[in-house]
Design a protein around this ligand. Structure first.
Ligand code: NAD
Ligand code: UGA
Length: 460
């Protein structure tokens, strides 16, 4: 029986390996992590990742051919294929701080693989990494190998949170990068045979290692660029009384452009777009490609502009002050159908409103109070700004909006489309403002109720 071990039981490692185990009953899959609380949650009835459809898949194969464990060494030593799906955040200090990818976790995983391996292994880069990481990893592995042979493959992941299960079951493509040597190609074929259990052959693409590594960064950069492009247009639409939804529809009708990923918003969030573009910028700079670096940097700068523009619009619409005013924040996750708050624009907007002394009442159907407290630094004992007193986290949307001067929609949760807005209007202060950062509500209907509605990229 082929044995797979995945190092890193996070948003990618957990769901990805659950699908491998589900689709390949002939393969034994172990997902390992240094975080014992995360592993305990994967082994419980309350999984650490909220993802539609995930629970059923995990329950159907956990204990059969899917195992979650903190015994990293044992499972790595036993495995034929090792996926490395650890976090690769932006470096906080030292050379490249604020841009380069921090490969500390990757390197420690590679050193552990080298230390405990006594049989040949295929090591698969699942994390998003800078181009040529495979070369660095190869060096670590071969210098400490004691005669064991390693083949490194790049197999970047393209799933999006909230739709991860569908993305994994029906991927647009599976990318496998490997060396062109006979050993490298044999390793590629082994990994192809895993995916071939459920992915059609024409969707499994093999290529060189460096192309596969760059393709992942390029894909995220192109996606984020689309959002920054439509968000740039949203500012122009507001200045000229055009409607960005109509503009996006017209532009997307061109089959060369396509209609997906053209929703104007308060800005993109999530753990990857910003970090991967900054990483791309850093790689370009290291290669002396200043103009290319500046081109991609602008995608991130436009996203920052969009978030601060949103806050300015709120404050200026509410008579230039939100001080002591209750603002309801509806949604805190970076997108719907996830409890993930990494780089969520809600953090920037809340901080902007707090700086203007607003009082916030925050509601999200999936994000825990503990997470919001952490993201807004509410439990910091050294907190000098004393802002935690201005924040209330509630579990009922009507409690959040009661007595509020304004409502800010930060996440496109479906439930926000069908709230009882007549009831909300009755219980709010008047004039009652709604700032829709996701363009999910029917602005005309709400205006008829009496709200003053601000939507992204639309006339007032
Ligand atoms: P995550 O933070 O949710 O999970 C990473 C896990 O790795 C953590 O649980 C951590 O404890 C564990 N870990 C770190 N070092 C370890 C070690 N040495 N040994 C064992 N466990 C270790 O991260 P994620 O969101 O799953 O992302 C992982 C990678 O996948 C990143 O490179 C990211 O860019 C990429 N990616 C993420 C997504 C996404 O939607 N989140 C999609 C595609 C690609
Ligand atoms: C994104 C990519 O879509 C995945 O292919 C990739 O694997 C992943 O990053 C990664 O590398 O981590 P994810 O961040 O989970 O996935 O979610 P997206 O659906 O891409 O949304 C990202 C952000 O953009 C969200 O805040 C979303 O609300 C925003 N967005 C998306 C818009 O503002 N407008 C759009 O039209 C689409």
């Amino acid at each position: 029986m082929l044995k797979i071990c995945c190092i890193g039981a996070g948003y990618v490692g957990g769901p990805t390996m659950a699908i491998v185990a589900y689709k390949c009953p002939d393969i034994q899959v172990a997902v390992v992590d240094i975080s014992s609380s995360r592993i305990a949650a994967w082994n419980s009835s309350s999984l650490p990742v909220f993802e539609p459809g995930l629970d059923d898949i995990v329950m159907s194969c956990r204990g059969r051919n899917l195992f979650f464990s903190t015994d990293v060494e044992k499972h790595v030593a036993d495995a034929d294929i090792i996926f490395v799906s650890v976090n690769t955040p932006t470096k906080r200090q030292g050379l490249g701080a604020g841009k380069a990818a921090d490969l500390t976790y990757w390197e420690s995983a590679a050193r552990l693989i080298a230390d405990v391996s006594t049989s040949d292994k295929i090591v698969v880069e699942k994390s998003t990494v800078p181009v040529k990481t495979a070369e660095a990893i190869e060096r670590i592995l071969t210098h400490n190998s004691n005669g064991v042979r390693f083949q490194i493959l790049s197999n970047p992941e393209f799933l999006a949170e909230g739709t991860a299960i569908n993305d994994l079951l029906h991927p647009d493509r599976v990318l496998i990068g490997g060396r062109s040597t006979p050993e490298g190609q044999a390793a590629v074929n082994t990994l192809v045979s895993v995916y071939a259990h459920w992915v059609p052959a024409d969707r499994i693409i093999s290529m060189g290692l460096w192309s596969a590594e760059i393709s992942k960064l390029a894909a995220n950069a192109f996606l984020a660029q689309r959002i920054s492009s439509i968000n740039a247009m949203s500012a122009l639409c507001e200045a000229t009384s055009a409607d960005v939804t109509q503009v996006a529809y017209a532009v997307g009708k061109d089959s060369r452009v396509g209609h997906r990923f053209l929703n104007a918003s308060v800005g993109y969030g999530g753990s990857c777009f910003q970090k991967d573009i900054l990483n791309l910028v850093y790689i370009c700079e290291c290669n002396g490609l200043t103009e290319v670096a500046n081109y991609w940097k602008q995608v991130v700068q436009l996203n920052d502009y969009q978030k601060s523009r949103f806050v300015k619009r709120i404050v200026s619409s509410m008579f230039n002050t939100v001080a002591q005013k209750k603002m309801a924040i509806l949604g805190f996750a970076f997108k719907k159908d996830t409890g993930d708050t990494r780089e969520t624009p809600a953090i920037d907007v809340c901080q902007g409103l707090l700086r203007d002394n607003a009082h916030l009442s925050i509601y999200d159907p999936q994000v825990t109070e503990e997470q919001i407290r952490h993201d807004l630094d509410m439990d910091n004992p050294d907190e000098t700004h004393g802002r935690s007193k201005q924040i209330n986290i509630v579990s009922d949307v009507y409690e959040a909006t009661e007595g509020a001067h304004g409502v800010c929609i930060m996440t496109e949760w479906d439930e926000f489309k069908t709230l009882d807005y007549e009831r909300i209007f009755k219980h709010m202060q008047h004039p009652s403002f709604i700032f829709d950062g996701r363009n999910v509500i029917d602005a005309d209907r709400l205006r008829k109720i009496g709200f003053i509605v601000y939507s992204i990229g639309k006339p007032l």
